[in-house]
Structure formats: structure tokens, C-alpha cells
Design a binder for this molecule. Structure first.
Ligand SMILES: N[C@@H](CCC(=O)N[C@@H](CS)C(=O)NCC(=O)O)C(=O)O
Length: 284
């Protein structure tokens, strides 16, 4: 048993709690330094990092470009969340929540900023009328799974991932709780994919792009080093679907953008045009 914690009457902020991100976490919002964001020459400016939430959006951009939609050209600037780039005044201006990804669309008139990865996916899918079904029933299905991901993943990332990979010690109670919930979510998805090729059926949509970087990558053993602990081999339908998604060149490219860890030849810290991928290794 670990030592019992008796919460005080009023919680107080202490600077260090030993967790991986404790140096940047604070109980307040807003900018901490005055610094403008850089801007490139393309209409879309993405400020992000190659985490699963960031990769959702770079996969969509690369998929749009793969279709030949050159209007989807984008500059992707790196926001190093470990260094606190999300708390600069420039970033807070476009996302008061200080989390990647955030997008600025400079296409017409006043720039439009969008934050929350799900909102960015919807914004771009609607704008280009791609990867989003027209049929109302299919659209409802896509929305349901898109919002399933947005609502469920904090238990996987902030719950399981945090306590399994980032907390200063391993604690049984939160690990049991969040492992159970993560496996329940994996089972929900696995049962669904037993009779769906893609998330909503035969059409590949932004729901696949939202769910894959979390649950697809998890079963492929590339998230939190937790494949054995979670017995991911049990989820055969998710594995089949993840392999299908991974066979798409745009997905391979999208995963490299704003990535700053892993193999050097699989990191594209900033992306400004399609030739930036030329010297990189797309073999995952
Ligand atoms: N619900 C948000 C979550 C975004 C999020 O949690 N981003 C993380 C990286 S994956 C972040 O920027 N963390 C920085 C921080 O918490 O200070 C979304 O989907 O856009």
C-alpha cells in the first residue's frame, strides 16, 4: 500500500510534483511570455507537434494534397510543449487553451484560427468537402465516432498514459482504473471494426484520421511502450484496420511532421513544402 493522502481543506499549487510535465503545468491559463508566432507563405499555418493529436491534422493535410488539392498546402511550425512554446502570447492568441494543434487559415480576408484537433479536422473536411460523407446517416455515424475519440482519449492519454509512462511512481489504483477503461475502449473499437472496413464502413473519413493516431498506434506498439501490458494482440480487428491505414502514403508522411523524437530520418521538425519529405524514411 502507498501512503494515504489526506487532502487539505484548500488545494495549493506546489511547483514540482515529479511528473514528466510538472515543470510546465500550472493551475492558471494565459500567456507567460511575449512572443509572436512565425508565419510562412502558404494559406494554412499549422502550429503543432508530432503527438497523436498533432498527427491527426498533418495526416488530413497530406491526404488532401495526395488528392491533388494544392490549395491545401501548409506550413507546419513546431510548438515544443516541453519548452513552453504553447504559452507564448502568439500561440495563446490563436488557442487560449495552450495546447497543440492550432491552425490559422489566411485564405480570405481576416485570418481564421481554429483549435481542438476535432474542430480542425471538421473545419478542413468541410472546407474541401473531402473525407466527410454527404449522406446524413453516414455523417451522423462519422460525427459519433469523431466525438467518441475526443471524449474517450483523455482516459487513455491523460489517465492510462500518464500513470503508466509519466508519473514519478507506479500507483496501482489509477493504473487499474485507467487500464480497465483503456481496454474497454479498445474492445468497443475492436468489436465495431469486426464488421466495418473503416470506421463508418466503406468510406475512409476524418473519424479514421482522429482515431488511428491513438488507438491504431497503441495496438501497433508505438505508444507508451504498453503493447504487452495491454495485451494488444487481442485486438485483431483494430490491428487489421491500423495496417490498412498505415498502407496510405499520406499517413506515413503525416506522422513525420513536427516530430522531434525517434529515428532522426523520421523527423520533419517543420514542414514547408512536399519536397521536405524527400530525404526521409517513410518505413514504419
Ligand atoms: N483536446 C485537445 C487536446 C490537445 C492536447 O492535449 N495537446 C497536448 C499535446 S498532445 C498539449 O499541447 N499539451 C501541452 C500542455 O498541456 O501544456 C485536442 O484534441 O486538440
Amino acid at each position: 500500500m502507498t501512503e494515504q493522502y489526506n487532502p487539505p481543506k484548500v488545494w495549493q499549487y506546489t511547483e514540482e510534483n515529479g511528473g514528466k510535465f510538472s515543470n510546465i503545468n500550472r493551475p492558471t491559463a494565459g500567456s507567460r511570455v511575449q512572443k509572436e508566432l512565425p508565419s510562412g507563405h502558404h494559406p494554412f499555418q499549422l502550429y503543432s507537434l508530432g503527438t497523436p493529436n498533432g498527427v491527426k491534422v498533418t495526416i488530413l493535410f497530406e491526404e488532401l494534397l495526395e488528392l491533388g488539392l494544392t490549395d491545401a498546402e501548409y506550413d507546419a511550425f513546431l510548438i515544443d510543449i516541453g519548452e513552453g512554446d504553447q504559452f507564448t502570447s502568439g500561440f495563446v492568441n490563436i488557442n487560449p487553451n495552450s495546447k497543440i494543434p492550432a491552425l490559422v487559415d489566411k485564405n480570405n480576408g481576416d485570418p481564421i484560427s481554429v483549435f481542438e484537433s476535432g474542430a480542425i479536422l471538421l473545419y478542413l473536411a468541410e472546407k474541401f468537402d473531402q473525407f466527410i460523407p454527404h449522406d446524413q446517416a453516414q455523417r451522423a455515424k462519422m460525427m459519433s465516432w469523431l466525438f467518441w475519440q475526443m471524449g474517450s482519449t483523455p482516459y487513455l492519454g491523460g489517465g492510462f498514459g500518464h500513470f503508466y509512462a509519466y508519473a514519478p511512481q507506479k500507483f496501482k489504483y489509477p493504473l487499474d482504473r485507467f487500464t480497465m477503461e483503456t481496454k474497454r475502449q479498445l474492445d468497443v473499437l475492436d468489436k465495431h471494426l469486426a464488421n466495418h472496413k473503416y470506421i463508418i464502413g466503406s468510406q475512409y473519413t476524418i473519424a479514421d484520421m482522429a482515431i488511428f493516431p491513438w488507438y491504431g498506434i497503441l495496438v501497433k506498439g508505438r505508444l507508451y511502450d504498453a503493447a504487452e501490458f495491454l495485451s494488444v494482440h487481442q485486438y485483431e480487428n483494430i490491428t487489421r484496420w491500423a495496417d490498412l491505414i498505415l498502407s496510405r502514403p499520406a499517413v506515413l508522411r503525416g506522422q513525420l511532421v513536427n516530430c522531434t523524437w525517434g529515428n532522426e530520418d523520421q523527423q520533419l521538425k517543420e514542414r514547408h513544402n512536399s519536397q521536405d519529405f524527400d530525404h526521409l524514411n517513410l518505413n514504419f
